[in-house]
Ligand binder design. Structure first.
Ligand SMILES: NC(=O)c1ccc[n+]([C@@H]2O[C@H](COP(=O)([O-])OP(=O)(O)OC[C@H]3O[C@@H](n4cnc5c(N)ncnc54)[C@H](OP(=O)(O)O)[C@@H]3O)[C@@H](O)[C@H]2O)c1
Length: 277
């Protein structure tokens, strides 16, 4: 669509930014909903982050996504930060309203919305097992606690990192040693891999699923490849499973709606468009 002065503008700030799939994702929706607007990749060096955020306001951007390595630092540059972004300790969505920059984090929202694809198979009343204690795990732990999960078993290679998260986020999180699969997986309703293990170019996730109930939902937030060895192993033994791409797609919804005024849908065509990126 030809753009004119009424075009709504948004983008994604990161360094590097070339591999971001967000421009393709939002570009698909802009075309689908015939919106006069653009969503552009913005390569912002860490030294330039403050000026870049001011620049968004000066240039009339409606807002932006924020990705690595800026997600933690950008919070201090916002005029207001949502409660959930504050709890997660990172901001991935900026919305400019009346010249003020509001920061939010939609990763946990995307995670939960993705699980809803197998809502029939997930019982939040049963314990959840989360592997990993990095940035993605933080958002997921906050989202699971908000969803009412009363017991989360957290396993991370570096145990101290998991303990620090549990300390910060509350008593419902119990830390177990990495590799204690039989202890961790019994009576679980949900198993989530938030580590980078299993991703193309990374070592495999070596996990023994013997103790996992056959009814437990399994989710891997790694989405390259889409069918990770964990998901394949889970499906092979009859567990319901959800891949990680949906989290990426659903986390984009709140920003798109705020900037472009349309609540977008996650569809098979969108999945295909983003996978081809
Ligand atoms: N689907 C989505 O929308 C989405 C969103 C965000 C992230 N992701 C994916 O999630 C993954 C993690 O992202 P992140 O931002 O949380 O990364 P991060 O902050 O760097 O955390 C990496 C995690 O992986 C663990 N890990 C790395 N190598 C390991 C190994 N050899 N053995 C055991 N554990 C290992 C780390 O454990 P230590 O603490 O011991 O180092 C840590 O828990 C990435 O693959 C990313 O692409 C997907």
């Amino acid at each position: 669509m030809t753009l004119d002065g009424e075009a709504r503008l948004a983008g994604v700030l990161g360094w590097p930014i070339a591999h971001s799939r967000s421009p393709r994702l939002h570009g698909h929706w802009l075309a689908q909903y015939r919106i006069k607007g653009a969503y552009v990749p913005l390569a912002v060096h860490p030294d330039d982050l403050e000026r870049a955020v001011e620049g968004l306001v000066a240039l009339g951007f409606r807002g932006a996504n924020v990705t690595l390595p800026h997600k933690e630092r950008v919070a201090a540059l916002c005029d207001r930060v949502s409660e959930r972004a504050r709890r997660i300790g990172a901001v991935n969505t900026l919305v400019v309203r009346d010249g003020r920059v509001e920061g939010d984090n939609s990763d946990g929202f995307g995670f939960i919305e993705n699980l809803k694809e197998r809502e029939d198979a997930w019982e939040p009343t049963r314990p959840a097992v989360v592997l990993g204690a990095g940035g993605a795990a933080r958002a997921i732990l906050v989202a699971l606690l908000e969803a009412g999960v009363r017991e989360i078993r957290l396993l991370n290679r570096t145990r101290a990192r998991a303990e620090a998260l549990a300390e910060e986020l509350g008593r419902n999180i119990r830390v177990l040693d990495w590799g204690t699969w039989d202890d961790a997986l019994g009576e679980t309703g949900l198993l989530v891999n938030t580590t980078s293990l299993g991703m193309s170019g990374q070592p495999p996730l070596e996990i023994d699923l013997r103790a996992l109930p056959a009814s437990a939902l399994v989710n891997d937030i790694v989405y390259v490849p889409l069918e990770t060895p964990l998901l394949a192993a889970a499906r092979a033994r009859g567990n319901p499973a959800v891949d990680g791409l949906g989290m990426l797609l659903h986390q984009a919804r709140p920003g798109f709606e705020a900037w472009f005024g349309v609540a977008p849908q996650v569809t098979p065509a969108l999945r295909q468009a983003v996978l081809e990126a």
